[in-house]
Design a protein around this ligand. Structure first.
Ligand SMILES: Cc1cc2nc3c(=O)[nH]c(=O)nc-3n(C[C@H](O)[C@H](O)[C@H](O)COP(=O)(O)OP(=O)(O)OC[C@H]3O[C@@H](n4cnc5c(N)ncnc54)[C@H](O)[C@@H]3O)c2cc1C
Ligand code: FES
Length: 385
């Protein structure tokens, strides 16, 4: 064969190999897109749940166990994750609210939720009435990144305020039986709000490396335990032999409590890189001494009628009123569901966004308008597919 023929054969073979590589690459990309889409659908497909038990802890606090209506296994919630309940109102509008799963799910076939009824809230009072035994409600499967990190033998300190016990209860139930050294502090107003107290005491009697420390700020005469709030020095002294500096710390509770404890513990050597907080997205409305002190701003979102912001806690509250309740998922800057494009105007941050955003995007649950704003819709949030 002549040299020219060999060259021709070589070129043809290289071309065939190149085409094969391209088609393998194309097939691989198509498959990984399909896998990502399937995962995305599984994460966002509503799941029917039936209330199989309910316990009213106090007038404004109730616990429910939710299982699959036909007894199927539920998608596993990692300790600290939340499910999003979807409540449809009489006008056909679906409201979404996140609730931490309060039980470790290694063997359980149910999600335990503990819900505080917000007197002025739009959804929790309705859930309080609707979630009776036998009721069915849709929910989005568990998600969330507030989950225990590998602690490599470090002691774990769980600091809960009020209903903030929910994700930390699941963490304690998961970590303690595995032999981790755990301090669980729960601060409440009255001892009746001590969700799971008997269960934690029983756990502490079985596991010597687990300490349960309930603190009651307005105790009854019968209460013989800790009163008031724990000081950072108290936590440091009970956080293991090397104190708070060596511990992994998880906090969930009112913003003021988390801020005060973190500041106090920082002064005692808290390792910021090993300190994790869950934010329930509670923001107060902007209040002036007179209504005139709140400067109203026009909020216009593509595809909805403009509304006026008059001090609502977040831009998201305004957009829900404008008829876009589907934007909400976590309500606390974790999930990217409420990302919108800021076409014109300005906003002020009320909590840091913990979600990657494209330039020009904001998370509506993390900001308030500081001028009239024009907003555009965005596609699938970055990293969501
Ligand atoms: C990850 C995560 C986990 C959570 N886990 C739990 C849990 O385990 N248990 C639990 O109880 N909660 C939990 N939450 C909080 C929960 O999702 C809801 O935010 C909570 O139940 C309040 O909902 P709501 O609809 O009753 O109140 P919202 O209607 O959202 O109102 C919240 C507050 O804002 C004020 N407000 C609302 N709208 C307006 C308005 N238009 N103008 C002025 N003020 C307004 C109200 O005064 C109210 O006090 C969690 C949140 C997150 C993000
Ligand atoms: S609703 Fe989840 S980030 Fe805003």
């Amino acid at each position: 064969m002549s040299v020219a023929l060999w060259v021709l054969v070589g070129v043809a073979a290289a071309g065939t190999l190149w085409a094969a590589a391209l088609s393998i690459d194309g097939a691989w990309r198509a498959m990984s897109t399909r896998v990502r889409l399937a995962r995305h659908r599984a994460r966002t497909r509503p799941l029917p749940l039936r209330v199989r038990a309910r316990h009213d802890v106090t007038d404004g606090l109730f616990a429910v166990e939710l299982s699959h209506p036909r007894g199927r296994r539920l998608p596993r919630a990692r300790p600290g994750q939340y499910v999003t309940l979807l409540l449809r109102d009489a006008d056909g509008v679906t409201h979404r609210r996140a609730y931490s799963v309060a039980n470790a799910m290694r063997r359980a076939r149910h999600y335990e939720l503990v819900i505080r009824r917000e007197a002025a809230g739009r959804v929790s009072p309705r859930l309080h009435h609707a979630l009776m035994p036998g009721a069915i409600i849709d929910a989005l499967p568990p998600r969330g990144a507030f989950t225990p990190r590998a602690s490599r033998g470090r002691p774990v300190v769980l600091l809960a305020g009020g209903v903030g016990i929910t994700p930390l209860k699941a963490m304690a139930e998961s970590l303690v039986p595995r032999g981790a050294q755990v301090l669980l502090v729960h601060v409440v107003r009255t001892e009746r709000e001590l969700v799971g107290a008997a269960h934690f005491r029983a756990m502490a009697s079985r596991h010597p490396r687990f300490m349960y420390a309930p603190f009651v700020t307005r105790p009854s005469d019968e209460w013989t335990g800790y009163t008031g709030r724990p000081t950072p020095a108290w936590i440091d002294a009970h956080a293991g032999a090397a104190g708070i500096a060596r511990a992994d710390v998880y906090l969930c509770g009112p913003d003021a409590m988390m801020a005060a404890l973190t500041a106090g513990l920082r002064a005692l050597g808290l390792n910021e890189a090993r300190c994790f907080r869950e934010d329930f997205g509670c923001a107060s409305p902007v209040a002036g001494e007179t209504p005139d002190e709140v400067v109203p701003h026009r909020v216009a979102l593509e595809g909805t009628a403009p509304v006026v912001w008059q001090g609502e806690p977040t831009l998201l509250h305004c957009l829900e009123e404008a008829g876009a309740p589907e934007l909400r998922d976590c309500g606390a800057g974790h999930c990217g569901s409420c990302a919108v494009r800021l076409v014109s105007g300005t906003v002020g941050e009320i909590r840091p966004a913990q979600w990657p955003l494209r330039p020009g995007e904001v998370l509506a649950c993390c900001v308030r308008p500081t001028s009239d704003v024009q907003l555009g819709r965005v596609g699938a949030p970055v990293g969501r597919a």
